[in-house]
Design a binder for this molecule. Structure first.
Ligand SMILES: CC(C)(COP(=O)(O)OP(=O)(O)OC[C@H]1O[C@@H](n2cnc3c(N)ncnc32)[C@H](O)[C@@H]1OP(=O)(O)O)[C@@H](O)C(=O)NCCC(=O)NCCS
Length: 191
């Protein structure tokens, strides 16, 4: 879980106040990826309005960063009233970084976060034509069973354990350290 990704990037949770990075990432998606991510063509204005709404307190967004730029995201949004057991998940990876295993790591982290929040059912709006997303979900079929007709996934081992909570804490600690180094390198960059 701690090995650097092949593309030299890192995966960490998005901090409050990083909405602009998420928005810019979604705006950079090419037409096909944007269509797959939102289940149809959406305008730049839609994305600008979407991000502040999506990043409420009940969302956990993992970002994939390369040289400090967000190139991928997994958005987990809890649905319904507090303590509900359902959530929605959506993935977006910019085209040059697709098929490099990033989606697999993002799904792994998202499932851990979902389990630790007691989520039992994950909804994913995935187009029937989206083979790559379906292959990705199939890789996790021990933890997630997908019915692509109704696009609903079940998180099988939903109960959090001490180990699963510790795991999330450890990967967050790693992500935090990386983010601090990234900020330091930006602040200390010679002018
Ligand atoms: C769908 C998406 C999240 C997948 O992430 P990814 O990083 O590209 O996928 P991975 O490299 O982890 O590949 C996952 C699996 O998909 C399959 N796969 C990879 N590339 C593929 C391709 N070009 N065609 C078909 N299957 C493919 C493989 O089985 C792979 O697993 P493996 O490498 O262990 O064999 C990403 O491509 C993406 O963001 N696409 C645009 C937006 C989107 O479709 N979002 C999903 C809707 S919410």
């Amino acid at each position: 879980m701690h090995e650097p990704l092949a593309d030299g990037g890192v995966i960490r949770k998005l901090w409050i106040g990083e909405a602009a990075r998420y928005r810019d990432h979604l705006l950079r998606l090419d037409g096909d990826s944007r269509h797959s991510r939102f289940g149809g063509g959406v305008s730049d204005e839609f994305i600008r309005n979407y991000v502040p709404t999506a990043l409420g307190l009940r969302a956990v967004v993992h970002g994939f960063f390369v040289d400090g730029v967000m190139r991928g995201a997994a958005e987990l949004r809890l649905l319904g009233p507090a303590f509900a057991r359902e959530a929605e998940v959506a993935f977006s990876i910019e085209a040059p970084w697709q098929s490099h295993g990033i989606g697999s790591v993002l799904l792994d982290r998202t499932l851990l976060a979902a389990r630790n929040r007691g989520i039992r059912t994950l909804h994913m709006a995935c187009l029937a034509s989206n083979r790559r997303m379906q292959e990705l979900a199939r890789k996790f079929d021990a933890e997630l069973s997908f019915d692509f007709g109704s696009v609903v996934g079940e998180v099988a081992a939903a109960r959090p354990t001490a180990l699963s909570v510790l795991c999330e804490f450890v990967v967050d600690g790693h992500g935090f350290a990386t983010a601090v180094l990234e900020i330091q390198s930006r602040v200390l960059k010679p002018v």
